[in-house]
Design a binder for this molecule. Sequence first.
Ligand SMILES: OCc1cccc(Br)n1
Length: 445
Amino acid sequence: ASRASSIPTHDDVDGAAPIAVTERTMIDVNPPRGTRDFLPEDMRLRNWLFQQFREVSRLLSFEEVDFPVLESEALYIRKAGEEITQQLYNFEDKGGRRVVLRPEITPSLARLVIKQGKSVSLPLKWFTIGQCWRYERMTRGRRREHYQWNMDIIGVSRVRAEAELIHALVILFERLGITSADVGIRISSRKVLQAVLQTYSIPEHLFTEVFVIVDKLGKISREEIEKELVSVGVSLDAVKGLVEVLSFKSLTRLEDVLGPNAEAVADLKQLFSLAENYGYSQWIQFDASVVRGLAYYTGIVFEAFDKEGILRAICGGGRYDRLLSTFGTDDIPACGFGFGDAVIVELLKEKGLVPDLIRQVDDIVFPLDAELEGPASKIVASLRQKGRSVDLVEDKRLKWVFKHAERVNAGRLILVGNSEWQRGMVRVKILSTREENEIRIDELD
Ligand SMILES: OCc1cccc(Br)n1
């Protein structure tokens, strides 16, 4: 049967069944909208990046944990109007349960900490790398999934925890070849805006919504933001006061306005002082406009950004001291960050820092004719037993095999020929030196 002239994609026929273009119905070979396939070359880059995440987590003595991608919808029902909760990839399973493909990791981590209860001793330093989902109307054609590296410290109430997390970010960037000229980390605290809202006697239950609105700074117009703030009940003069403080980039200026005893000022000063000792001051800057868009942050918040201002935030995080108690346990202080796999790769491409990750094979074994397939298998088994990666090639012309050996950067090409086999030998070609000789089979290692 003739092959389909063109395989319909989701874009052409979203929602409709693919059009049968031959006597067989062609499936759409594209992955679902907003999702990605990873070919070997993509997978080498992803594995390399995740290996960096893992190595940094090891350096900070974090332990790896994992959670299901599928979670109860109840974990994410929050009323602050966050984008993340308005784009839940949610559905009802066959048992009538309301479930989601998780949009973030932190609630799962909080759930597990509570589940463990007294059986875990604090502080916990846990990390994971996991796929997260959102169901966004594809009007903007954005991705619906990404992988996020999360690091969280549970049970440390002082800003030492945030300083450790920021150290992890700095180490990661340096390992990738990124410098503080390329990337900065903006730091502030939710306590800054809390202090301002309190001076205008804005009721506390509005704080979270205010943070979520203010986080849209830079994404929607200032007028839009002021309108939304007024619409949730923030007085106009409070809006003016907020907007003014949000422009602060100096801690001294902040201290002038909030006073020397403000908790926000003490936390930030302590964090910047620790940064000096870690030696990463040149990476961080105070910027009061940083609030981050997640409702549950209660203190220090931070985000890494590219200094050319082209890309979206590279990663973000903060302190969330109340999240565990909202899940029904007593207050356990916590802070963490999420680091997506997409923006960082865009940045590496921008900076020419994507490593050249070649495919590599130790040995290619090629029987020169059919009755040598058995002997070739013996050789392959013995080499793999010794830990060598072996590509067994058959049904190909020798010319193709030589090209293939180059393509996969093979260390050796082992040709199993009749006359050699009779003498207990094989022909071995070392690709790097082009040197070729006969080796006794029992001396192959
Ligand atoms: O960072 C927000 C987010 C959450 C889930 C999936 C994707 Br893509 N992005």
